[in-house]
Structure formats: structure tokens, C-alpha cells
Design a protein around this ligand. Sequence first.
Ligand code: ADP
Ligand code: MG
Length: 231
Amino acid sequence: MSINAQNITVTYGKKTALDNFSFEFTEEKIYAVLGPNGCGKSTLVKALVNKYANGNIAYVAQETLGVINLTVQEYIELGRYNPGKFFGGLSEEDKNKVMQAIDVMELAGLENRLFDTLSGGEKQRVMAARALAQDALWTILDEPSASLDVKHTSLIMNTVRQLCDQDKKSFIIVLHDINDAARYADEFILMKDGKLVKSTNKLDVEDLNSIYDTNFEKITSKDGRELFYAT
Ligand code: ADP
Ligand code: MG
């Protein structure tokens, strides 16, 4: 199932946050959405979730709002609930998916902690675990590594890469770190001022300069990876 977004416009009052966005996201890829603050990345992924959800998209928002008042275990179990079996309780398969997600996101030991008492980085791992437990065809993550250290960023991104390569899952991930995007994603959705500027499978300095309004340089690491930094 591809996600075929056509002519999506979102306005807040007079502000056009997303301006006639069209793009077909095809399966079994990791898409990185890149662009400066306020360019409409979160608006885009929320619109995709609202329009194309029908149970096939797991979504982790950029921020959690309000009080959650659930334990880590309960919060991750929410990933297994769907309207069709609301009061049915968790099956063996549900419990396994939850256990695997806890394991993969290295949350063992935190199961009984209240979500609200966790650090920002721990919350992000728990939210990622809930999405993984959902085991959806598509997973959309909005800046999943914003408060994560290097090790846990790699943990999430390597997990995503593996789920894509081995389990044929598809991902759309908003990333603020260009080098994480360059390292893990297959395709880059470059945005500016609410518009899709370009989709490409290779980042280059010119495109980055134009969307971020800054000057990038590219260096190649010893193992042949291209790294971009703003000068
Ligand atoms: P990004 O995720 O790329 O940082 P957003 O999609 O969150 O950007 O926001 C795009 C634009 O829409 C910004 O100018 C932001 O201030 C505005 N915006 C987002 N949400 C709202 C809202 N609820 N009300 C008014 N303006 C909003
Ligand atoms: Mg955002």
C-alpha cells in the first residue's frame, strides 16, 4: 500500500502551513522529511495520518500533550488496541509484540514507571516502542530522536532500517539531523515554506543550502560516507 498524497493544503487562520503538497510515498522505503523549523513537516505528517490512517499507520507525534497517567507497559500496550477488539484484552501475539518492543527499545526495568515521570529521551523511546508494537505497514515518526543521545538515536534508526529491510515495513520520519537522514534514509523529502521543494535519493550541498538558507560543506568519511555540516 503506497501513500499517495495529492494536493494537500493545510491552513491555520491566514497561515498556509502546507501548500498543495503532492507526492506518492511507495512501500518498503525509509523517507526522511527535511526542512527548517516551521516549514510544515509536522503539519505534513499529521495530514498524512489523518487522511490515510485506516489502521495501517503507526504515528508518533513530535510532542505529547497533557498528562498521560499510564505506566510504560500500559502505554506501549495501547499500540495493540484497535477499535475492532476494544474490550477483548490482549492476545498472546499482542503480548509478544509488546515484549519485543520493550526489549528492542531497551526499556526493560521501566515497565512499571509512570510515563509522566520519565525523562524526555525515555519518553521518546517509549513512544517509539508503542509504534513498533503496533506493527503497522507504515510508521510515521516526527523527530523521534530530538532528545535522544547518540546511542539511542542509532538504536531507533538501526531498528527502523532493519524493519524496512527484513520485514518490508515502510517509514516516513521527520529528522532534524541531516547526517542521520543521509545515513539511514532511502529518499529525502525536502521542504521549505510549506512546499515540497524536491524529492531525491541523494542529498547535495546545493539543495541543502537552498532549503535551509545556509552554507553547507560536504566531507567524505574514511568509510566513504558523505557528511554535511553548516559552515
Ligand atoms: P515544522 O514541523 O516543520 O517545524 P509545523 O508543521 O509544526 O513546522 O508548522 C508549520 C507552520 O504552521 C509554522 O509556521 C507554525 O507556526 C504554524 N502552525 C503549526 N501549528 C499551528 C497551529 N495549531 N496554529 C497556528 N499555526 C500553526
Ligand atoms: Mg515539527
